[in-house]
Design a protein around this ligand. Structure first.
Ligand code: URA
Length: 327
């Protein structure tokens, strides 16, 4: 093992030990952080979509960053080409480090999006990826407990990608994301947007159901190690789909995408951030809406979806705008 990888492994072990003790942040100087970042390669011929500098939190009106139109894609920012990185231990380490250094937008340190693949090539690449994911045993405990690997579902050319946390019991049985009670609500939300599940793509941060040894029911949040192990699969799905807009459903989806552990969904929902240059809208997880039936929380999610529809240039009827006003 190279000294670079040894150093990364030692760092991962150290950070995980701190995390296990409940430590949530460590101070890392910019100089030290720089030691872990491979030298940037020259930017590729196809530029990444420009990363929005929108702050993660809801900024004061005067600080809000104007939204860029989706098409044509904005020119790449000349500042700081994003370094490329292998999707290995180093990627996992970067997820952890990013969690500590709290970048404003998600995916910092990841390679820019590759040139999009055309229809047939995309389908072939997706199938190849699907086979790899279905055979994944990187988390031995989850591979042992799962009934299915829940890869993702929908349109490979979707303009909108919904990202959830992890499969629950229903998804584990059926092998498809969001098919239980929360999934039914997500389907209704998608339909209220004038779309179907086949128009969008739906995936999770984790492809396997988090195990709950000794319990006969209930779910648990994915651990940081599980997320950092699994997130490269989602990154590859995003490389292939290249959606125009992404929606993070709940805290874990945001934490996984942004590599942060301090997400405050009620503060961050409704404000755009970005994931590798793709506009990213955080909103509440449908399961939260099932637990909290208040109209005001449902309305917030709908307001977030109206922003998503605007950003994806989807038509919005008066009825859709007034959806919650009419209730
Ligand atoms: N919750 C999620 O986050 N994902 C699913 O697929 C189902 C429930």
């Amino acid at each position: 093992m190279s000294s670079y990888l040894s150093l990364l492994d030692a760092t991962i072990t150290h950070l995980e030990a701190l995390q296990a003790k409940g430590v949530r942040t460590v101070t890392v100087s910019p100089e030290t952080l720089q030691l872990f970042v491979p030298s940037p390669r020259k930017p590729t011929a196809t530029p990444a979509r420009s990363a929005s500098n929108a702050p993660v939190g809801r900024p004061a009106a005067s600080e809000r960053v104007p939204l860029e139109p989706l098409s044509p894609p904005p020119a790449p920012s000349p500042a700081a080409p994003k370094p490329t990185a292998p999707r290995t231990a180093a990627a996992a380490a970067r997820w952890n480090l990013a969690a500590q250094s709290a970048p404003a937008a998600g995916g910092a340190g990841l390679p820019p999006l590759p040139p999009p693949l055309a229809g047939p090539a995309r389908a072939v690449a997706f199938e190849t990826l699907r086979k790899k994911v279905l055979a994944c045993v990187k988390c031995a405990h989850l591979a042992n407990s799962r009934k299915s690997v829940v890869f993702g579902v929908g349109n490979l050319h979707a303009r909108i990608l919904f990202v959830g946390e992890a499969p629950g019991a229903d998804e584990d049985v059926q092998g498809e994301p969001f098919v239980g009670k929360a999934g039914e609500l997500l389907t209704k939300i998608i339909q209220a947007m004038g779309l179907t599940r086949a128009d969008v793509y739906i995936a999770n941060i984790l492809k396997c159901r988090p195990d709950t040894p000794g319990q006969t029911s209930g779910n648990r949040k994915p651990t940081p190690t599980e997320i950092s192990t699994c997130i490269p699969w989602l990154q590859e799905q995003i490389d292939l789909i290249q959606p125009e807009v992404m929606v993070a459903l709940g805290v874990s989806a945001m934490e996984g995408l942004l590599g942060k552990l301090d997400v405050n969904i009620s503060r961050q929902r409704g404000s755009w951030t970005s994931y590798r240059g793709i506009p990213l809208m955080p909103t509440y997880h449908p399961a939260y809406l099932l637990r909290n039936q208040s109209l005001s929380e449902k309305r917030k999610v709908w307001e977030d979806m109206l922003l998503v529809m605007e950003r994806a240039n989807l038509p919005i009827s008066e009825k859709q705008r007034a959806f919650f006003l009419a209730k």
